[in-house]
Write a protein that binds this ligand. Structure first.
Ligand SMILES: [Zn+2]
Ligand SMILES: [Zn+2]
Length: 304
C-alpha cells in the first residue's frame, strides 16, 4: 500500500511542496479511488519520464486504467515516446493498471504487419496515428482495414498541414469504414469545433461559432469519437465554457477523457490532465454524463 509517506521520498518532494504552495491537498494514495477513471491517452518514456514516474502520475490523478499509446519506429511521436515493445512490457508488468494500443508509421511497408503482430499479442486499438499522411489517404485506409479485421478503434492526431491532413475530407474514411471506430485528437480536431476556425491557428481563443467540422463528424457518424486529451482538448474546454458545456451534453456518448501530459506531478496547474479532469467535472451537466466521459464510454468502446 502506498501512503503519504511517499512524499518524503526525494523524487516527490517537488510535487508535494508544489501542492502545498498551491494550497492543494496533498495527494493521498492510501485508499483506492472512489470511482474508476480511464485515461485513454498516455505514453511511455514521454519526454524522458520513467515508468515509475508515469505510474505515480496516473495514481495521483485518480486514474485507474491507462491506455498506453506507442510511437512508430521513427519520430517517437515527436516527444521521444516509447515504441510497441515498451507499452507491451509495462502493461504486462502491471496488467491491473495498463492496456495498450499498437502502432507503426503509416506510410511504410511494415505498417500493417507490425501493427498486426502487436494486435495479436494483446493490443486493443491502433495509435496514436500521428504521421505525415492525408486523413483520407490510402495509408489510413490500409490501417482502417486492419482495424476492421480486429474490431479495434484507431486514435488519430489531426494537425493542419502536418499529420492526418485535410480533416474536411475525413468523412470519406468514416463512410468507407462504418464498422471502424475512430477517435479524434489534437489541435486541428479541437480547433474545428468552431465553424469559423482559422486552420493555421493551433490553439484558438474566444467564442466558438457552432457548426464546425468536428461537431458535425460527431453528430453525423456513429463511428466518430472525441479524445479530450492534450493542451488542445483542454483549450477547447476553457476558450468558451458555455459552448463546451452544450457540446459535452450533445456528444455525451462519444467523448473520452485522456490526459497526454508529460509532467511527473499529476496534480496542480503543472498537470494538464488534472486540469482537464477538473474542467470536465465542472462542465458536465450532471454526474451521469461525467461518469460516461471519465469511464463508461471508454470502457464500452475499448471493450475493457
Ligand atoms: Zn497527439
Ligand atoms: Zn499531468
Amino acid at each position: 500500500m502506498i501512503t503519504n509517506h511517499t512524499c518524503n521520498r526525494r523524487r516527490f518532494i517537488a510535487s508535494c511542496s508544489l501542492a502545498a504552495v498551491a494550497g492543494l491537498p496533498l495527494p493521498s494514495l492510501s485508499a483506492e479511488p472512489a470511482e474508476p477513471i480511464i485515461d485513454i491517452h498516455q505514453h511511455t518514456n514521454y519526454a524522458g519520464r520513467t515508468d515509475e514516474q508515469l505510474i505515480r502520475h496516473q495514481q495521483v490523478m485518480g486514474v485507474t486504467t491507462t491506455v498506453l499509446l506507442p510511437a512508430g519506429r521513427f519520430y517517437g511521436l515527436d516527444a521521444k515516446c516509447g515504441t510497441n515493445d515498451t507499452v507491451l512490457n509495462l502493461a504486462r508488468e502491471h496488467p491491473d493498471k495498463f492496456v495498450y494500443f499498437a502502432n507503426e508509421v503509416a506510410d511504410i511497408e511494415e505498417a500493417t504487419p507490425v501493427i498486426r503482430q502487436f494486435l495479436k499479442r494483446g493490443a486493443i486499438g491502433i495509435g496514436e496515428q500521428k504521421f505525415r499522411v492525408g486523413s483520407d489517404s490510402k495509408f489510413i485506409e490500409r490501417i482502417a482495414a486492419l482495424a476492421e479485421e480486429f474490431s479495434v478503434p484507431i486514435l488519430m492526431h489531426f494537425q493542419h498541414g502536418v499529420y492526418n491532413t485535410d480533416i474536411h475530407l475525413f468523412h470519406k474514411t468514416l463512410e468507407k469504414f462504418p464498422k471502424v471506430n475512430f477517435i479524434g485528437h489534437a489541435q486541428t480536431w479541437w480547433g474545428n469545433v468552431d465553424a469559423k476556425h482559422e486552420q493555421k491557428v493551433l490553439y484558438p481563443t474566444g467564442k466558438v461559432t457552432a457548426g464546425g467540422i468536428t461537431d458535425r463528424l460527431l453528430a453525423d457518424y456513429p463511428n466518430m469519437y472525441g479524445d479530450h486529451s492534450a493542451g488542445s482538448g483542454l483549450n477547447f474546454l476553457v476558450r468558451d465554457p458555455e459552448f463546451a458545456a452544450g457540446f459535452i451534453e450533445r456528444h455525451q456518448d462519444k467523448l473520452l477523457y485522456g490526459s497526454d501530459c508529460d509532467d511527473i506531478l499529476g496534480v496542480g496547474p503543472g498537470c494538464q490532465g488534472a486540469q482537464t479532469l477538473a474542467n470536465l467535472r465542472k462542465l458536465a451537466p450532471n454526474k451521469r454524463v461525467e461518469r460516461k466521459i471519465l469511464f463508461e464510454n471508454a470502457k464500452k468502446l475499448l471493450k475493457i
